[in-house]
Write a protein that binds this ligand. Sequence first.
Ligand code: NAP
Length: 299
Amino acid sequence: MTQTLSSTSTKSPVTVLGLGPMGRALAAAFVEAGHPTTVWNRTSGKAAELEKRGAAVAATAAEAAAASPLVIVCVLDNDALRAVTAPAAEALRGRTLLNLTSNAADHARETAAWAAEHGIDHLDGTIMTPTITIGGPDAVYLYSGPEELYERHRATLAALGGTGTYLGADPGLAGAYDASLLGFFWTAVTGYVHALALARAEGVELTDLAPFAQNLGSLMASVTHVFAEDVEKGRYEGDESNIRSVRAGLAHVLHAAEGKGLDNTVLRAAKALTDRAVADGHGEAAISRLVETVAEPAS
Ligand SMILES: NC(=O)c1ccc[n+]([C@@H]2O[C@H](COP(=O)([O-])OP(=O)(O)OC[C@H]3O[C@@H](n4cnc5c(N)ncnc54)[C@H](OP(=O)(O)O)[C@@H]3O)[C@@H](O)[C@H]2O)c1
């Protein structure tokens, strides 16, 4: 292992396994904050810049894990997480494995069980902001698992910047937030992608459209709490706007999009939900009641 970082650092050592764009950003933040940082990646050649800045580059995941009390894994998906951690299980024993790979709740709980079998302390987490935020004030991290572990590493994790929120002892909580929030984000992004395709087909200048899309984005932000409270209380009064009205809106958008020969999968799916809600007698209810339609899939 090449070790170029000063061994006199008083900061706790950290290991980062996985040097995709996010793993590299995490490792860079630790190096920047003065933590002795050891890195490893399946494919070599991704650590050159980090090595220049002072990170130690390990030859294997096990060697990297053995270098630090806190070992962070940030790779493509759950299969990659397994592929990286399984051969390093012995080296991870007695250390904290923090998974920052985006993951589903059940996968996180499986990782927790696997870690417990191998004498590894496991904490799960997810990153809700892009690489450019890492180390700065806008980064957002969610953590779940044993609170004592989170507290033990909190000072080290502060090097990642932004806001870290501890969600609770269930290791699956970070994954539950991750899947719910990314489902929201990616379907919203897909809706915007469709809007751009339709506007272009109509001959609209897309940069002229963008400011109005931004306004709708702000509107979306303002309804997030209102919807959450409606659903928590089971209160769906459609005085201001109701599902029947939204369905009519979606029908006209779909009409416009079909006239342009686009792939309208996303719109059809959205309209199908409102069709079913109306057919079930909920046309006069608030839009937030669609949560119940989603929760009761058509038989
Ligand atoms: N990029 C972002 O802005 C962002 C934002 C929030 C959350 N995240 C999350 O952060 C995680 C990592 O994302 P990323 O942006 O760094 O890129 P990524 O493309 O999701 O992951 C790339 C990393 O995964 C490794 N990998 C893939 N398959 C592997 C396998 N079978 N065995 C071992 N390693 C494997 C790659 O190694 P090789 O180099 O050897 O292929 C590389 O280190 C993901 O869960 C992502 O959802 C990313």
